[in-house]
Design a binder for this molecule. Structure first.
Ligand code: SAM
Length: 273
């Protein structure tokens, strides 16, 4: 970390603002990546004062992403719309899905310009995967995007992935309605995959204040609010649970014994009937 050019004017000409933390780059910090700036690291060090386990939280989220994508591919899903996909890291959606089924199609959607630059480099040779710069809150525009439609056939089941993103939408942006617009566009047999910050401790509520003050977004919702995103769908076992408890691939603590970090995010997968 720390080997990026920190001259704001040079980045501004590429549409990248390094005077304020960005969601994608702050997440890159907690994943111990290199695509971040001082301002992003300063934000994360403030969060780490409230939640020292924040680095583990990011790794729990990446691990459930891998388990979830593998599970979906094993259910026969061959199309993945990864909304708020983040900067490329390890075990990206297309790598996991295509390791199970090489014919899987994956479209990454993110509104951070750095994601496009790095995503293109990673995907240069993969004609079943694409990265689109778009604001997922404008669901209509995403659903009509030519690059999305080149790879995703909306007459066949789609995995709608909203992993670590819905908490970056404010209540008045109607995240529930946005999810419903995407769900309306996909056929029966499609799946919704959500992970989300959860108001599961006083520390989580304190972290929410820091997120909102410094990053501008970050709503820690209750398990009931997170479960409501799956209304009308068949929620698959084990339901909406703290991330380490979702179909673990090794031993895990009992729910009552989870640490603050282990229960900071909840997630689940449901099938559209
Ligand atoms: N889904 C990945 C994961 O869970 O590992 C990355 C999660 S990262 C915390 C959230 C990502 O959503 C960031 O890359 C950010 O740029 C992107 N994002 C935030 N708001 C967005 C919006 N309105 N439209 C598209 N992407 C957005």
């Amino acid at each position: 970390m720390g080997d990026m050019n920190e001259r704001p004017e040079e980045w501004a000409s590429r549409g990248i603002d390094i005077t304020r933390p960005s969601i994608a780059r702050a997440y890159d910090v907690v994943l111990r990546g290199k695509d971040n700036f001082k301002v992003d690291r300063a934000f994360v060090s403030e969060i780490a004062k409230v939640i020292p386990e924040i680095y583990d939280v990011a790794s729990h989220n990446r691990r459930i992403l891998g388990r979830g994508v593998r599970f979906l591919a094993e259910q026969g899903i061959r199309q993945f719309l990864d909304l708020g996909s983040g900067l490329p890291t390890v075990q990206n959606t297309h790598q996991v899905a295509q390791s199970v089924a090489p014919d899987s199609h994956v479209v990454y959607v993110d509104n951070d310009p750095m994601v496009l630059v790095h995503g293109r480099a990673l995907l240069d040779e993969n004609d079943r995967t694409s990265v689109v710069t778009a604001d997922l809150r404008d669901a209509r525009a995403v659903l009509e995007d030519p690059d999305v439609n080149r790879l995703i056939d909306f007459d066949r089941p789609v995995a709608l992935m909203m992993v670590g993103i819905l908490h970056h939408l404010h209540d008045d942006e109607n995240p529930q309605g946005i999810v419903e617009t995407y769900l309306d566009a996909v056929p029966s047999g499609s799946h919704l995959f959500v992970t989300h910050f959860c108001a599961s401790s006083q520390e989580a509520r304190d972290a929410e204040k820091q997120y909102l003050a410094m990053l501008g977004t970050g709503r820690f919702r209750t398990p009931e609010e997170i479960t409501a995103y799956f209304d009308g769908l068949d929620l698959l076992e084990p339901g909406v649970v703290p991330l380490p408890l979702w179909r673990p691939d090794g031993p895990v603590p009992l729910e009552a014994e989870l640490s603050i970090g282990q229960k900071l995010m909840y997630g689940g997968i449901a099938r559209k009937p």
